[in-house]
Write a protein that binds this ligand. Structure first.
Ligand SMILES: Nc1ncnc2c1ncn2[C@@H]1O[C@H](COP(=O)(O)OP(=O)(O)OP(=O)(O)O)[C@@H](O)[C@H]1O
Ligand SMILES: [Mg+2]
Length: 249
């Protein structure tokens, strides 16, 4: 079996049958605050510290100080990894990123080659929708980005706020066709409490868990916990307990 790109996230590698396939593009989709950036940073941090895989974090949105501060709150010292040439955080715009990706001599491409970068996180690809209103052009942009990232067998995580599972065929959903794997992160309301849920929706070329799992975000990042036993409708937004017997509701 090929060596997987392990996330190092408790429970997630098991859901992924060992980790992401190396060289694959993974879409991590969820509403604001579901934990997409946390998952991305944790993937890079663990890659750099546990698996000897240098990474790049391309951020289109957060203010630098907020990103470092949030990482710090989990115990991840990103400055230290940058000093050790194991991680680089780049704050840029979708336009600049696209042109850097296409130019062999750009600092981005030089870093990828010189450091032998193995992992890239793009946070978030939703910003590419600002570049064009034409769905075909947007799909071409996504394809260009994904092919650009795959060149050196790099494993990439692309975060997105769009609804892949939505009813309307939105522009975002086009992305679902060009990526190799999709992870959904969702809020679910159960008995008046908000819980976090994750599911592997697709994973080309690999077995993966099919069930919806709960997760927590606490110091140290994301921790996958239990299955949502005996519930249905979780992803459609109206979870209800499956009738087990006449006395249970
Ligand atoms: N140190 C921490 N301890 C506990 N929970 C935390 C910690 N840091 C972040 N969180 C939780 O994680 C959530 C934010 O996660 P994150 O920024 O990864 O979400 P996101 O999906 O990237 O959001 P957005 O779409 O707004 O970028 C916070 O709302 C908070 O609930
Ligand atoms: Mg975020």
């Amino acid at each position: 079996m090929t060596q997987r790109a392990k996330t190092g996230i408790t429970g997630l590698d098991e859901m992924l049958n060992g980790g992401f396939l190396p060289g694959s593009a993974v879409l991590v989709e969820g509403a604001p605050g579901t934990g997409k950036t946390t998952l991305g940073i944790q993937f890079l941090y663990n890659g750099a510290t546990l698996y000897d895989e240098p990474g790049l974090l391309i951020s289109f949105e957060e203010f630098p100080y907020a990103l470092y501060r949030d990482a710090e709150s989990h115990g991840w010292d990103l400055h230290k990894l940058e000093d050790e040439n194991k991680l680089r955080v780049i704050f840029t715009s979708p336009q600049v990123f696209l042109s850097s990706l296409q130019s062999p001599v750009s600092p981005l491409n030089r870093t990828i080659l010189e450091w032998d970068v193995r992992r890239i996180v793009l946070d978030s690809v939703t910003h590419f929708t600002r570049l064009t209103r034409n769905p075909k052009e947007l799909r071409d942009i996504y394809t260009m980005v994904i092919n650009g990232l795959k060149r050196e067998g790099i494993t990439s995580v692309l975060t997105s706020e769009g609804k892949t599972l939505g009813l309307r065929a939105s522009e975002q959903s086009r992305l679902a066709f060009v990526v190799d794997a999709i992870l959904l992160m969702r809020y679910v309301e159960i008995e008046s409490a908000m819980q976090r849920a994750m599911i592997v929706l697709k994973m080309r070329g690999s077995e993966h868990a099919k069930e919806i799992r709960c997760f927590e975000i606490r110091q140290g990042g994301i921790f996958i916990t239990d299955k949502f036993e005996g519930r249905e409708g979780l992803l459609t937004g109206s979870p209800r307990r499956i009738m087990m017997d006449a006395g249970v509701r």
